[in-house]
Write a protein that binds this ligand. Structure first.
Ligand code: SF4
Ligand code: FES
Length: 249
C-alpha cells in the first residue's frame, strides 16, 4: 500500500506546530501502525532529516505509552485496541492518514507526537494507592472475597494510564482514569478504608492539573483500549458526595 500521511510536527513545547505531509510507500498490511512509522523514520534519518518523535514501549497493549490520535480518534479506528496493536490492514491503498498527539492543557506537547503525561503520576501520588503494607501475594490470598468482586476489581485494574480518555473528552476530563483506580481500590478490603480520602485528594489534584469535569459524553469509554466502563465514574461521584457529606473521617 501507498499512504499519504499528515503528521503533527512541533520542535518543542513552546514552538507552534503544524501538520506536515509525508508518503509511506510499500506498507504491508501485516505491519503494525508503529512499525509503519518506524519505516517512515528510517527514511527520514537516511535523508538526514529529524525523525518523528512518538512514544512507545511494550508495543503489546500493556504499558500505556503509545498515544496517537489517528484520523481524529485516540488510538485509531480499532475499538478496545491501543495504537501499538493497530495493524495497517485497517487502511486501504491511497488512504490519507492524519496523526496527531493527545490534545489537552494538562498534557503539553514535548515534541511532535510526544506529550507530558506526568500529571497522571501526580494524581496517583495524591491518593491512588493503599497506604498500609499489604504483604505479598500469599497475604492477599488469605483475605477471601467473592469471585465477582475480585473480577470487578481486576476489570478496573486493567487501566493502563494511557490518557486516551482525556484526549477524547471535550472537557479533557481525567474522570475515567481516576474512576478506574478508585473503583479498583474501593472493592478490595485492604484499600477500601481510604476510599473517601482517596477520592477527594485525587479529584482535587486533577483540577489543580487543569483537567476538566465530566459531562457524561461517553467519548472516554468509546476510545478506552481496556474498555473501562463509564459506570465507574458514577461510582467515583457517589463516593465523592459521601466524602463531601462528612463520611471522609
Ligand atoms: S481509563 Fe482507559 S483510556 Fe483512560 S487512561 Fe485508563 S486505559 Fe487509558
Ligand atoms: S506501547 Fe505499550 S501499550 Fe502501546
Amino acid at each position: 500500500m501507498r499512504l499519504k500521511l499528515r503528521i503533527w510536527r512541533q520542535t518543542g513545547p513552546a514552538a507552534s506546530g503544524k501538520l506536515v505531509d509525508y508518503t509511506a510507500a510499500d506498507v504491508s498490511p501485516d505491519m503494525s501502525f508503529l512499525e509503519m512509522l518506524d519505516v517512515v523514520n528510517e527514511g527520514l534519518t537516511k535523508k538526514g532529516e529529524d525523525a518523528i518523535a512518538f512514544d512507545s514501549d511494550c508495543r503489546e497493549g500493556i504499558c500505556g505509552m503509545c498515544s496517537l490520535v489517528v484520523n481524529g480518534v485516540a488510538h485509531g479506528p480499532d475499538r478496545g485496541t491501543t495504537v501499538c496493536q493497530l495493524h495497517m490492514r485497517k487502511f486501504k491503498d491511497g488512504d490519507t492518514v492524519t496523526i496527531e498527539p493527545w490534545r489537552a492543557k494538562a498534557f503539553p506537547v514535548i515534541k511532535d507526537l510526544v506529550v507530558d503525561r506526568s500529571a497522571f503520576d501526580r494524581i496517583i501520588a495524591a491518593g491512588g494507592y493503599c497506604s498500609v503494607n499489604t504483604g505479598g501475594a500469599q497475604d492477599g490470598n488469605n483475605i477471601l472475597i467473592p469471585k465477582e468482586v475480585s473480577e470487578l476489581a481486576m476489570d478496573s485494574a486493567a487501566c493502563i494510564g494511557c490518557g486516551a480518555c482525556v484526549a477524547a473528552c471535550k472537557n479533557a476530563s481525567a474522570h475515567l482514569f481516576m474512576s478506574a483506580k478508585i473503583t479498583h481500590l474501593a472493592l478490595l478490603p485492604q484499600s477500601q478504608q481510604e476510599t473517601h480520602l482517596r477520592v477527594v485528594d485525587m479529584i482535587d489534584q486533577a483540577y489543580a492539573e487543569g483537567f476538566g469535569s465530566c459531562s457524561n459524553e461517553g467519548e472516554c469509554e468509546a476510545v478506552c483500549p481496556k474498555e473501562i466502563p463509564i459506570s465507574n465514574i458514577a461510582n467515583m461521584t457517589r463516593e465523592y458526595f459521601r466524602a463531601s457529606l462528612g463520611a471522609r473521617d
